[in-house]
Write a protein that binds this ligand. Structure first.
Ligand code: KIV
Length: 273
């Protein structure tokens, strides 16, 4: 006879992903922002789920991630956590929640963990946030770093182009990656940087390096779930592989529903009480 406890898959933790890197196993990560999608993503077998601040683009239609609030992150993360059994759930610290002071960063990271049930937080930046990362990890909260194209700095960058193509920025990024590891990050995301540099970073640190638009030489990959499912019609960057093309499927299903309602063929006799 089986019990619930026996049937439950073993939860992925910081120890699991550290071991995966040590053993050369690639880590599969996707974003999710709601309960229903999180259940499907977890059932698909990803190791990690990122409740990214991209939720404010995908779910709320904002152009940048800057408007995302801590309350909204807590809400989305709580919804995701309820739908997940196995994957490790990481929540983004939104813009403005950790930049003012280390004290503010620690207080907000604690709140995000306590009120959402996430297993860790992600923060964008290098050396300039290492003191805050040290304080947050000292409070027992796993931190995932994020370097390269850090969307919370889009106004400073002047767009979403590939970062660290020049030697000086590449050198800074490599130093920042080492600083993040030294500050206690358990993993880091590298976004939209040259593949050779990303591979060099992955080889220079002992923590898992997860790439998005950073080539194959890293320890794992992350994509925005609605992008890889083809739900975001106009968004086709070079790094994106489409694993489905759901936008036309959904639009066509809704078109068929509208036609049936208008024709009076839905509901049928079998579909009523
Ligand atoms: O917010 C997000 O979805 C992210 C990923 C793109 C890494 O930070």
């Amino acid at each position: 006879m089986s019990t619930n406890t026996i049937d439950k898959p073993k939860k992925v933790t910081t120890a699991t992903v550290r071991k995966m890197k040590a053993e050369g196993q690639k880590i599969a990560m996707l974003t999710a922002y709601d309960y229903t999608t999180a259940r499907l993503v977890d059932a698909g077998g990803v190791d990690m789920i990122l409740v990214g601040d991209s939720a404010t683009n995908v779910m709320a239609g904002n152009e940048t991630t800057l408007p995302m609030t801590l309350e909204e992150m807590i809400y989305h993360t709580r919804c995701v956590v309820r739908g997940v059994e196995r994957a490790m759930v990481i929540a983004d610290m939104p813009f403005g929640s950790y930049q003012v002071s280390a004290e503010q960063g620690v207080a907000n990271a604690i709140r995000l963990m306590k009120e959402s049930g996430a297993q860790g937080v992600k923060m964008e930046g290098g050396r300039e946030i290492c003191d805050t990362i040290r304080r947050i990890t000292a409070a027992g909260i796993p931190v995932c770093g994020h370097l390269g194209l850090t969307p919370q700095s889009v106004n400073q960058f002047g767009g979403y182009g590939v970062r660290a193509k020049e030697d000086a920025e590449a050198k800074r990024l490599l130093e920042d990656a080492r600083a993040l590891e030294e500050a206690g990050c358990f993993a880091m995301v590298l976004e939209k940087i040259p593949a050779a540099l990303a591979e060099q970073v992955a080889k220079s640190v002992t923590i898992p390096v997860i790439g998005i638009g950073a080539g194959a030489g890293v320890d794992g990959q992350v994509l925005v779930v609605t992008d890889m499912l083809g739900m975001n019609d106009g968004f086709r960057p070079k790094f994106l592989r489409l694993y489905s093309d759901l936008a036309p499927v959904i639009t066509s299903a809704i078109g068929n529903y509208c036609a049936d309602v208008r024709a009076g063929s839905f509901p049928s006799a079998a579909e009523q009480y």
